[in-house]
Design a protein around this ligand. Structure first.
Ligand code: SF4
Length: 398
């Protein structure tokens, strides 16, 4: 078993970092996906050697990590022994706290109960399942490899394997999707009581096959009104079912503590929160990004290049940038507004030496009158309706 570090041995105000590992393999490429992954699985052994080298060369001895997220791609294509080795190597190279959240992304159709049990033995304590839909025609449109039955089995097995922190991803806004079919997806999801739900709106990213189909009028996207309706249904349905929205697409189930106070806190995705709160994170694997304020750097989005660089003893960095004060401010506005807690105005003003409220007084009043923003002394947050216009509102507050 890996040696774990006692969190009490670190300075109390050190901000723990997140570690992300990108597994760039999928059985088939989904036509809406713009994450980097390839379907040539023969490169797996050399990728794994390269990943071990990258971990050894990166190390970051002055940081402690309280999250490890193995994402992709389809990490559940890797067998138990490999996941076990990756986690062990991560523990050898980085200081990962004993209470770290260790997430593995899995895709239905690529896992068994035995595999899930083995991943848990290896140290995984959070599973995120790429269900996307329980509806066969939606799964066909998305060209997922799994059936609705396989999605349900993945959830049942994850619970049977003993995971107490399960996240489930769904997609809405699929052409042809009706209100009732989306409600059925939500109902199917909550029947399994996942601790976390991500409901992503289908986006047509440039360069993807569905974007091309959209340009060539091969498909009929849902109208903006219909998408807004689906978003509003999501909010009301999940709220009634005990889920709290904490970010545009993310919901955590509330739990009661010993005093009976309800809070979603323990079910938030600790790792994803790092991306939204300027916490440091290190990304390993092809295409992975890292952020150590004010610097961002990223790896080549190409497995061969990634392997080649590491086998010649170099880090596989494709680029880096130093974010200027203005760029950091823009990110702080955008990332703050994505979260239901909004922009923490005092902290924002202190960090950038300005008065956010004074700078945007008129715009904020106008947005409040339109029911798009809620503003209090120390917060500026989007209302549920405002969340639908995140990009345009963020642009007004920059
Ligand atoms: S399984 Fe996930 S990562 Fe792989 S192609 Fe589909 S959406 Fe992208």
């Amino acid at each position: 078993m890996p040696m774990f570090q006692d969190p009490s041995s670190f300075a109390p105000n050190a901000s723990p970092a997140g570690l992300y590992i990108h597994i760039p393999f999928c059985l088939r490429k989904c036509p809406y996906c713009d994450f980097y992954s390839i379907t040539d699985l023969s490169l797996q052994p050399s990728f794994l050697n390269a990943l071990t080298s990258e971990m050894n060369m990166t190390r970051e001895p002055d940081k402690v990590f309280d999250t490890l997220y193995i994402g992709g791609g389809t990490p559940s294509l890797l067998d138990i022994k490999i996941i076990d080795n990756i986690i062990k190597t991560a523990h050898q190279c980085f200081t990962i706290l004993s209470n770290a959240e260790i997430t593995l992304e899995i895709n239905p159709g690529t896992v068994t109960l035995e595999q899930l049990k083995g991943y848990r033995q290896a140290g995984v304590n959070r599973i995120n399942i790429g269900v996307q839909s329980f509806n066969s025609s939606n799964l066909d449109f998305l060209q997922r490899i799994h059936s609705s039955k396989e999605a349900q089995m993945a959830l049942i097995w994850a619970q049977k394997a003993g995971y107490e922190n399960i996240g489930l991803d769904l997609i809405y806004g699929i052409p042809g999707q009706t209100t009732s079919s989306w409600l059925k997806d939500l109902q199917s999801a909550v029947q399994f009581y996942p601790q976390h739900l991500s409901c992503y709106m289908l986006s047509f990213e440039p360069g993807t096959p569905i974007h091309k189909n959209l340009q060539n009028s091969v498909l009929n996207p849902l109208s903006e009104d219909r998408i807004c309706e689906l978003f509003e249904i999501t909010l009301s349905f999940l709220t009634v079912n005990g889920y709290v929205q904490y970010e545009t697409s993310n919901f955590a189930h509330e739990v009661s503590d010993e005093s009976g106070t309800k809070s979603p806190q323990s079910n938030l995705s600790r790792h994803n929160m790092k991306y939204w709160n300027f916490s440091p994170y290190i990304g390993l694997g092809p295409s992975a990004h890292s952020f150590i304020e004010p610097q961002r750097f990223w790896n080549h989005s190409n497995v061969e290049k990634y392997i080649q660089k590491l086998s010649s003893g170099r880090l596989p960095r494709a680029g880096k940038e130093w974010l200027s004060r203005e760029q950091l401010m823009i990110e702080a506005v955008y990332l703050g507004l994505r979260q239901t807690k909004g922009i923490e105005v005092d902290a924002f003003d202190k960090k950038f030496g300005i008065s956010f409220k004074a700078m945007h007084a008129e715009t904020i009043t106008d947005l409040e009158e339109k029911g798009l923003v809620n503003s209090s002394r120390n917060r500026c947050a989007l209302t549920p309706k405002g969340m639908l216009y995140l990009d345009s509102i963020a642009a007004m507050l920059i």
